[in-house]
Design a protein around this ligand. Structure first.
Ligand code: UDP
Length: 408
């Protein structure tokens, strides 16, 4: 069995505050992966860039897992600028690794920036390279008119697809995209969906959750995530504006940094112009461990995204027993079960979202049965099971099955 893995996540520190512009699902994924691999006896070092000068260089996560922050470029450099500092980051990893006498059997990289670092590391250390893209430029470009992704990113993703040893996709949709847009060899792709911590995200007293958030007597439609146009929040607001009876309705939008995000400011203005200033509450980011209260206070989670490679928040809401109305895009179409745990909507039209919102908000029995089905489906999708599949994938590269010997 594999013993020691280097996880490279240049811009996605597993310890970063979630829900800001560039911090979300990938950070959660890397943290859970590191922890679960460590629980299974594998030693994991997560290499990431220094993003907060106050944070210690090395942070102990738990036995066999640590996060190593390495300086490369200005600490507040945005995702797009990091490309220019990748070779510096690579040098820092090599220095750290050799000065601490570390060796690895596998490099697992996250996002194309880290994928590039991984190609170099794998060649120098002579170990297999597994990559998880999290999102793909060629899919994002097609997802929403006006979505911009640089040619450089798409070209580098193409290179990684062809040079990495194995690619982890979150869904069949991502696998097909890798084959179609990047001509990736199908046998190099393994589909391993994400998990959820169903001990943390679980059904709780809904009345108490509403009370804790000052939402007593309200029916709550919730959104959780990074605040960016791809998440379709305009659509959510337009849909809510069309809901007939809004007297008791509250829309809770969790995520974003009110001091930094212009997009949040724009959405505030949109909500006001639609007459929703009193109905909508923008909370800014909420710590991950506090989110169960938010999910449990909600009648429904709405995720009208133009693209989600997976859609962790949908699974978190489901684990809390909350039905989800989501766009039928990317990985989301495999997370939510149409008519069983919520609704999957093929069109980005406010009318359809408004109609589904009304159906769910006005039908407690339906919410309960969908919530129950959602919880039981989500409870089976653990991070532990996901990490086990990844450990198997590592082993398959390290110890490829020998062809059976023919008896003569
Ligand atoms: N999240 C959080 N606090 C926030 C906003 C988001 O903890 O204020 C977490 C959320 O619980 C989820 C992740 O960030 O685990 C977002 O992942 P998702 O796959 O939904 O979206 P992505 O960021 O990958 O687009």
């Amino acid at each position: 069995m594999v013993q020691r893995v280097a996880i490279i996540s240049v811009h996605g520190c597993p310890l970063a505050r979630l829900g800001e512009k560039d911090t979300g699902g990938m950070n959660v994924y890397v943290l859970e992966l590191a922890r679960e691999l460590a629980r299974q006896g594998i030693t994991v070092d997560v290499y990431t860039r220094v993003h907060d000068p106050q944070e210690p260089r090395v942070v102990f996560l738990q036995e066999r897992a640590q996060v190593i922050h390495l300086p490369a470029g200005p600490y507040d450099e945005g995702k797009t600028g990091i490309y220019g500092y990748l070779s510096e980051f690579l040098d820092r990893i090599l220095e750290f690794q050799s000065s601490h006498g570390l060796s690895y059997e596998i490099v697992h990289t996250h996002y194309w920036l880290s994928g590039l670092v991984g190609l170099d590391l794998a060649a120098r250390w002579d170990v297999p390279h597994i990559t998880t893209f999290h999102t793909l430029a060629e899919v994002k470009r097609r997802a929403r008119p006006g979505e911009y992704e640089p040619d450089l990113r798409a070209a580098m993703e193409f290179r990684i697809c062809h040079e990495a040893d194995l690619i982890i996709a979150f869904s069949q949709h991502e696998k097909e995209s890798l084959e179609r847009f990047y001509h990736t060899e199908p046998s190099k792709i393994r589909v391993v969906p994400c998990g959820v911590d169903s001990g943390r995200f679980r059904p709780m007293d809904r009345f108490a959750a509403k009370k804790a958030l000052g939402l007593e007597g309200k029916k709550v439609a919730l959104f959780v995530g990074r605040i960016e146009p791809l998440k379709g929040l305009d659509l959510l607001l337009q849909a809510v504006a069309q809901v007939e009876d809004k007297e008791d309705l509250a829309v809770l939008i969790v995520g974003g940094n009110p001091r930094k995000d212009q997009e949040l400011e724009r959405l505030h203005a949109t909500a006001s112009s639609l007459g929703l200033a009193q109905t909508t509450r923008f909370t800014g980011t909420v710590a991950h461990q506090e989110l169960p209260t938010y999910y449990n206070a909600a009648e429904v989670l709405v995720l009208p995204s133009y693209y989600e490679s997976f859609g962790l928040v949908a699974l978190e809401a489901m684990a809390c027993g909350v039905p989800v109305i989501a766009a039928r895009v990317g990985g989301l179409q495999y997370v939510v079960r149409e008519g069983e745990t919520g609704y999957l909507l093929a069109w980005h039209c406010p009318d359809i979202y408004a109609e589904r919102l009304e159906v769910l908000l006005n039908n407690e029995d339906l919410r309960q049965s969908m919530g129950k089905a959602a919880r039981s489906l989500a409870a089976d999708q653990t991070w532990g099971a996901m990490a086990q599949e990844l450990a198997n994938a590592y082993d398959s590269l390290l110890f490829p099955a020998q062809p059976a010997l023919c008896k003569v």
